[in-house]
Ligand binder design. Structure first.
Ligand code: ZN
Ligand code: ZN
Length: 213
């Protein structure tokens, strides 16, 4: 499947649209959109590529990754897929906004299908495999397309860094163990698309990420 990235204003989060060019089905991953301009950028991309939005998928339920869920869910009548262990975060999006000093109102997350480790999400003829790696948040998942060789990593793994573990439900050792056991065994040339900052590869992070040496 193809991947389009949108860098958004809320904490510089990366939203991804993963789409199968044959069927034109797509998933919007981590829609942290909060402005009219960002909503228009997504809608015009979907129109230009003639895509059908079948899923919203949240890697986890921190506010920067879910702020635009309701907009995408309603506009496209899309399913919302996420891991159950982050529901306590998804039920407190307003409190998260206050904690980070954000103004405005934010809707709670309405999940329509729970994901667990090993699940396979179908998008047209393509698939994303669910890999549960808790530690940044309890229900954090990564999404792996083994056919096209990339991983949507959310806030688990960044270029040269890993997710913070000082927020509620965080656990540093659990995060390190999960990355080493479940992500580093992927092929070296797997492209890692993180929730913030530039893309990297599994091979580069295995060799140079100071948190994983
Ligand atoms: Zn996060
Ligand atoms: Zn984030």
């Amino acid at each position: 499947m193809k991947v389009a990235v949108f860098q958004l204003s809320l904490f510089g989060i990366n939203m991804y649209v993963v789409y199968d060019p044959q069927s034109c089905d797509c998933a919007v991953i981590d829609p942290g959109i909060t402005t009219d301009r960002e909503r228009e950028a997504l809608v015009s991309f979907i129109e230009r590529e003639h895509l059908n939005v079948v899923h919203v998928i949240n890697t986890h339920m921190h506010i920067d990754h879910v702020a635009g869920n309701a907009f995408v869910q309603k506009k496209y009548d899309a399913d919302v897929l996420a891991h159950q262990d982050d529901v306590p975060l998804g039920d407190r999006v307003g409190e998260q906004a206050k904690m980070f000093g954000l103004l405005g109102s934010y809707e709670d997350v309405k999940v329509t299908r729970y994901l667990k480790d090993g699940d396979v999400i179908r998008i047209g003829d393509g698939t994303l495999k669910v890999i549960h790696v808790p530690g940044h948040s309890p229900g954090h998942i990564a999404l792996y397309d083994g056919k096209d060789g990339y991983l949507i990593a959310g806030d688990i793994l960044f270029c040269g860094s890993i997710g913070r573990t000082d927020l509620p439900g965080g656990n540093h050792q659990q995060l390190i163990n999960g990355i080493k056991e479940k992500l580093l065994p992927l092929p070296d040339n797997t492209i890692v698309y993180p929730g913030h900052g530039p893309a990297t590869t599994i091979g580069d992070e295995r060799l140079t990420n100071p948190f994983l040496l």
